[in-house]
Design a protein around this ligand. Structure first.
Ligand code: AMP
Ligand code: MG
Length: 342
């Protein structure tokens, strides 16, 4: 698809103005946020939103997150605001937290994919906020990758996937969180975590008291189960290679990987644990630095394609804190294949 001469805009005043102009005219623009780059369009314009689905090749039943820069814009998007949402917004907005509300009638069906709910987030990235403010419209924005690929955490990743498919990318440097936002559903009796992210379960529980965790966070949904969050059912974040997660100490991991005889075998491991590996590898942060793992995991998955890996054994991250988000993304990249070695 070569519909556009995709231009790379700087995250300065001129770039922000140009991005806002394109968005107001019904176009899509990839914008930096603190989580990952998002592919934005006017959330209240059905035709603009449909362009997001086309550019990404995204299944129509997977709803989008609406981004605002001012809490006063929340009212018009939702049917009601539960008390828990006010508490969470107070503590974690702007930031990597998405909340699910009952939707108002101005939300086009394309945004909520026919659900009666809508997902809303207020990002903290200064460029994202400036673009939303300048455009003066709520922006629907899923991750700016081709559907199924790892989410983009640099403008170069976006261009790799989207060149020719969208009019512009705004460069805001590398995303500091690196995994998509935490998604919490507030429409039921108890807040429910649908997707782990930068706002950890521990952080949510500290203000909410309790939190249900959707089973899909850690395991594959049965095929016949209706997905509360349709995005949960898709294989996602995948490089071209087959990825297998391996839970093992560093030496055991290296022995196991070195004993594989298949051509195209590669490893994805923690910084400093590559020493005895006899296969090509990429690293994704130190074993103990969960924030670095989150920041680097998607870039590492993309680099596996660059080295032409066919089967990748990936050292399994810790499930604590933001590590749960890294674990969840890797599980979904592997199609939930985990090997445990003692
Ligand atoms: P992405 O922005 O690409 O990470 O995709 C947005 C994620 O939010 C997907 O996993 C969606 O399924 C989820 N999502 C968006 N809207 C809703 C909603 N109304 N209810 C539940 N999940 C949602
Ligand atoms: Mg996505």
């Amino acid at each position: 698809m070569n519909l556009y001469e995709t231009c790379l805009l700087k995250g300065n005043e001129k770039g922000i103005k140009k991005a806002a102009e394109l968005l107001r005219s019904g176009e899509t623009v990839a914008i930096p946020t603190e989580t990952v780059y998002g592919l934005a369009a006017n959330a209240l314009d059905d035709k603009a939103v449909r362009r997001i689905f086309e550019a990404k090749g995204r299944p129509r039943d997977n709803p989008l997150i609406v981004h605002i820069s001012d809490i006063n814009r929340l009212d018009e998007l939702v049917a009601d605001i539960p008390k828990s949402a006010m508490i969470l917004a107070d503590k974690y907005w702007p930031g990597p937290l998405t909340m699910i509300f009952n939707r108002s009638l101005i939300i086009p069906d394309s945004v909520s994919a026919g659900l009666s709910t809508v997902a809303v987030r207020m990002p903290s990235h200064p460029v994202a906020r400036a673009i939303i403010k300048e455009a003066d419209i709520p922006l629907a924005a899923p991750s700016a990758n081709r559907s199924g690929s790892p989410s983009p955490t640099t403008a170069a990743h976006v261009l790799h996937d989207m060149r020719g498919r969208i009019p512009a990318v705004v460069d805001g440097g590398e995303c500091i969180v690196g995994v998509e936002s935490t998604v919490v559903d507030l429409t039921g009796n108890q807040p429910k975590l649908l997707r782990p992210g930068g706002i950890t379960p521990e952080m949510l529980i500290s203000v909410l008291g309790g939190l249900q965790i959707h089973p899909a966070v850690k395991s594959r949904l049965p095929d016949d189960e209706p997905a509360v969050s349709p995005g949960l059912k898709y294989k996602h974040y995948s490089p071209k290679a087959d990825v297998v997660l391996v839970k093992a100490a560093p030496d055991r991991f290296a022995d196991f990987v070195n004993s594989q005889k298949r051509e195209g075998t590669a490893a994805m491991c923690f910084d400093g644990e590559e020493g005895t590996l006899q296969v090509p590898f990429v690293t994704y942060g130190s074993r103990h630095d969960l924030n670095a793992q989150a920041r680097r995991v998607f870039d590492a998955l993309r680099r596996l394609d660059d080295i032409g890996a066919a089967t990748v054994y990936c050292s399994c991250p810790d499930e604590k804190g933001i590590g749960l988000a890294v674990y969840n993304r890797l599980l979904r990249a592997t199609g939930y294949e985990v090997i445990e070695l003692d």
